[in-house]
Ligand binder design. Structure first.
Ligand SMILES: Cc1ncc(COP(=O)(O)O)c(C=O)c1O
Length: 459
């Protein structure tokens, strides 16, 4: 037991950015102008921005110093070698291919292994991963354990893959059609829930049986490792970097967005052991990202990532990180707001389907709640439900499995008083949730519609 209950931010603030206060009337106008899509808002018009934890973290003094050390040589820069060393220290894959962000790594990977007739299972594909798989004509399948599909069911590793379903899936689609198995740690679309090492080992055993490679979508690897340390038998004394290396040792490759657990504002990479795939991936990388020692990034970005990777595995940081997310979640659950439980690593997910039972999924209860949080309190959250997942490649529309609103916490950005404010606003809105209107889409693109669709409230 710690002596003091309060988990303080393990940093002090050296540089501040003002937040502009606004009124409900102003926010109503901005919402109309944005077509009720929070992605269309001017960020200056947002008070507390919980849209995403991606690329929104605060860099440390050491990261800013690393930025100054950036070597902008086109090929073989010192920054590249520092980046490579830092990545390999945790993920000792043979080939590391830097990219400008996670989805670029996905685009390259599935450009190599995807295509019509192929099928890629995951615990839950993130939306960009799914889109990149489907863009090649392949099928993206979500095989998370049953507990992971029910917001209120408690399970220590709700991000785990259903291994029986995985086995059956590979047999059904044919092993020759499954180029790889993917496991997302932590499982963002499933509520930021961790995956256990035991489950990764079981997935690995199936992959070995069929000779199918296993790739990690490792965006939140450090948060996942912290949960393993807290919850998995035999790991309470293990060092976080060792847990990460054990996760990596079970995989044949990874995709990564450095905008999450490298605490950088941009960046990513694709890594793997297979020489043939790596050669093809590098050829694609040169087409779209750049030379393989910078891959769409400036040398200074590579240095910021190298330093961020050392900071993110620090236990004081991770304890604060996971505890502060839990603090928000516990307060909301305590106030009767239905949330995905247990509380995930990087975000609290409100179950909008349950909170707004008067709205059917295709009236977008999550969108309605997210709009209300912004209108009332200037809080920008993200719908993860039928807006994000309801539109299928053939143009058909079907409800998502869950109607969630994600309050994602940027790393090292907000203090406890900001979070206390969020709790107050969410409680106020939740008490009036049954008065909130549904929304209809009036304009949308064919893919990833949540970024640009425009909505209007139903009468
Ligand atoms: C699990 C997961 N995979 C992939 C991505 C894509 O990364 P990026 O936004 O850097 O393209 C994200 C981003 O949010 C994610 O959460």
């Amino acid at each position: 037991m710690e002596r003091w209950r309060t988990i303080i931010e393990p940093f002090r603030i050296k540089s501040v950015e003002p937040i502009r206060l606004s009124t409900v009337e102003e926010r109503e106008r901005w919402l109309r102008e944005a077509g009720y899509n929070l992605f269309n808002l001017h960020a200056d018009d947002v008070l507390i921005d919980l849209l995403t934890d991606s690329g929104t973290g605060a860099m440390s003094a050491e990261q800013w110093a690393a930025i100054q050390r950036g070597d902008e040589s086109y090929a073989g820069s010192r920054s590249w070698y520092r980046f490579l060393e830092s990545v390999r220290d945790l993920f000792p894959f043979k080939h590391v291919i830097p990219t400008h962000q996670g989805r670029a790594a996905e685009k390259i990977l599935f450009g190599v292994v995807g295509g019509p007739g192929k099928a890629v299972p995951s615990n839950t594909h993130f939306d960009t991963t799914r889109a990149n798989v489907e863009f090649t004509g392949a099928e993206a399948a979500d095989l998370v354990i049953e507990e992971g599909r029910h917001p209120s069911v408690i399970h220590p590793f709700k991000g785990n893959m259903d291994t029986d379903a995985l086995d059956a899936f590979i047999q059904d689609r044919g092993v020759e059609n499954v180029p790889l198995v993917m496991v997302t740690v932590t499982n963002n679309s499933g509520g930021g829930q961790p995956v256990s090492l035991e489950n990764l080992r079981a997935v690995r055993a199936i992959c070995d049986r069929y000779g199918v490679p296993l790739f990690l979508d490792a965006c939140r690897f450090a948060e996942n490792a912290w949960f393993i340390k807290q919850r998995e038998t035999g790991y309470d004394d293990a060092a976080i970097p060792d847990i990460v290396r054990e996760m990596a040792s079970l995989a044949d490759g990874m995709t990564m967005s450095a905008k999450k657990d490298a605490i950088a504002n941009i960046g990513g990479w694709l890594a793997m052991n297979d020489d043939t795939w790596a050669e093809q991936a590098r050829a694609l990388e040169i087409l779209t990202e750049g030379f393989p020692t910078y891959g769409g990034l400036a040398g200074r970005d590579l240095d910021a990532i190298a330093q961020g990777l050392r900071e993110v595995v620090d236990e004081d940081y991770l304890r604060y990180r996971i505890r502060s997310t839990e603090y928000l979640g516990e307060a909301l659950v305590g106030a009767g707001v239905p949330c995905v439980q247990p509380i995930g690593g990087h975000a609290v997910y409100i179950d909008a389907g349950e909170l707004l039972p008067h709205l059917p999924p295709l009236s977008f209860p999550g969108q309605s709640l997210a709009v209300a949080l912004y209108r009332e309190g200037g809080i920008r959250a993200c719908e993860i439900g039928s807006v994000m997942f309801g539109l299928h490649p053939d143009g058909s529309e079907a409800p998502a499995e869950m109607e969630l609103v994600r309050l994602a916490i940027p790393r090292r950005v907000y203090t406890q008083s900001h979070i206390d404010y969020v709790i107050e606003v969410v409680r106020w809105v939740a008490e009036r949730a049954t008065e909130l209107p549904g929304y209809r889409i009036v304009e949308q693109p064919a893919q990833l519609r949540h970024f640009t669709a425009r909505f209007e409230p139903m009468a």
